[in-house]
Design a protein around this ligand. Structure first.
Ligand code: ADP
Ligand code: MG
Length: 299
C-alpha cells in the first residue's frame, strides 16, 4: 500500500535513491553469482534479527544473485539434548556425537530448524526449498578422522552440485541442513561451517559468508575492539596453535581456508547480530568482519 501523498522530505528521498545507486556496481558485479551463507547463532535464534537476515537473503535473490543458505542449529540441538537428559560435549568446536546425539541432531535440524527457516523465507517473499544432505543424494558423508574419536561427526565426501544448480536456476533458495548419510547408510552430523565450505566449493561460489555472534576473528576473544579485518592462513594456524582461536571459531577458519583452496573467491566471517550485515558486506566497500585470505596481497 502506498502512503498518502504528502510533501516529501526531499533530503531523505535523495539519500535513499543514492544508496541504491551506490549499490549498482556491486549488483552488476555479483549478478548471477552464487553466494553461500552459513547461518546460525543469535542471528537465527532471535526473531527480529532473523527477519532482517532473511530479508537480505531474499533481496539478494531478487537482484539476480544465487544465495544458498546452510544453517547450524547448535542451540536447538543442545536444548533438545538437555530435555532428553544428555549433556553435550565439544572438542575444538565439534559436537561429540554418539548414535543418540546424531538422532537428536537430525530431529532438531530437520524437525524444526530447517522447516521453520524455509517458512520464514517464504514469508519474506522468497521461494525456499529445505533439504538435508540425504535428499536427492545432495551430499554424502564419511567419518571425520582426527586425534579423538567424535563418533558420528562427518565430513563431506561428495556434493551433487547439479541438483543445487537446477534449483538455483529455478529461482529457488536452497536451505540446507548439515546432515548426510555415509557409505553404510549411517547418519552423520557435519559441522555447518565445514558443510557450507564444501557446498561453496562444489558450486564454485564467489563468496562464502559465515554469520556468527561475534564481530569476526578477534586477537583477544574477550575484546571486540581487537577485530582482525584480514586473517592470513599462516596467522590462523599460529592463533589456533596458541589457543587464541578456539572452540567454534576453529571450524569457521578451517572452512574459509578449505573453501579458498577449492576456488571460492572470498570468505568472510561476519557478525550476524548487526542488522543487514550481509548487505553491508556484499554491497558496500566496507568489510565489516574478518576476511580470510591465503596470504597477504603481493606475497
Ligand atoms: P556459531 O553458532 O556462529 O557457529 P560458535 O559458538 O560455534 O558460533 O563459534 C563462535 C564462537 O567462537 C564465538 O562465540 C567465540 O566464543 C568463539 N571464539 C573462539 N576464539 C575466538 C576468536 N579468536 N575470535 C572470536 N571468537 C572466538
Ligand atoms: Mg559453530
Amino acid at each position: 500500500m502506498k502512503p498518502p501523498r504528502t510533501q516529501p522530505d526531499m533530503e531523505n528521498l535523495r539519500e535513499r535513491a543514492a544508496v541504491l545507486v551506490e549499490a549498482l556496481p556491486y549488483l552488476r558485479q555479483f549478478r548471477g553469482h552464487t553466494v553461500v551463507i552459513k547461518y546460525g547463532g543469535a542471528a537465527m535464534a532471535e526473531a527480529g534479527l532473523r527477519t532482517q537476515v532473511l530479508k537480505d537473503i531474499v533481496l539478494l535473490e531478487h537482484v539476480g544473485m544465487r544465495p544458498v543458505v546452510v544453517h547450524g542449529g547448535g542451540r536447538e540441538i543442545t536444548g533438545m539434548m538437555r530435555r532428553l537428559g544428555k549433556e553435550p560435549e565439544f572438542v575444538d568446536g565439534l559436537r561429540v556425537s554418539d548414535a543418540e546425539t546424531v538422532t537428536i541432531a537430525q530431529m532438531a535440524l530437520l524437525g524444526t530448524t530447517n522447516p521453520d527457516l524455509v517458512a520464514a523465507i517464504q514469508q519474506q517473499g522468497g521461494q525456499a526449498i529445505g533439504l538435508s544432505g540425504k535428499d536427492g543424494g545432495l551430499v554424502t558423508a564419511r567419518k571425520l578422522v582426527g586425534p579423538r574419536d567424535l563418533g558420528f561427526v562427518g565430513e563431506v565426501a561428495e556434493v551433487n552440485a547439479d541438483l543445487l544448480s537446477t534449483l538455483l536456476t529455478q529461482g529457488l533458495i536452497p536451505v540446507l541442513a548439515p546432515i548426510a548419510a555415509g557409505p553404510a547408510n549411517e547418519t552423520f552430523n557435519i559441522n555447518a561451517d565445514h558443510f557450507a565450505a564444501r557446498i561453496a566449493g562444489a558450486l564454485k561460489a564467489s563468496k562464502l559468508v559465515l554469520l556468527t555472534d561475534v564481530r569476526g576473528v578477534l586477537t583477544d576473544r574477550t575484546d571486540p575492539k581487537t577485530l582482525i579485518s584480514e586473517l592470513t592462513a599462516l596467522q590462523a594456524e599460529e592463533m589456533i596453535a596458541a589457543g587464541k582461536i578456539a572452540s567454534g571459531m576453529i571450524p569457521k577458519v578451517q572452512a574459509c581456508l578449505d573453501a579458498l583452496d577449492q576456488g571460492v573467491a572470498q570468505c568472510h566471517i561476519i557478525d550476524g547480530r548487526l542488522p543487514h550485515a550481509i548487505l553491508m558486506e556484499l554491497l558496500t566497500d566496507y568489510g565489516i568482519g574478518t576476511m580470510v585470505v591465503r596470504a597477504e596481497k603481493g606475497k
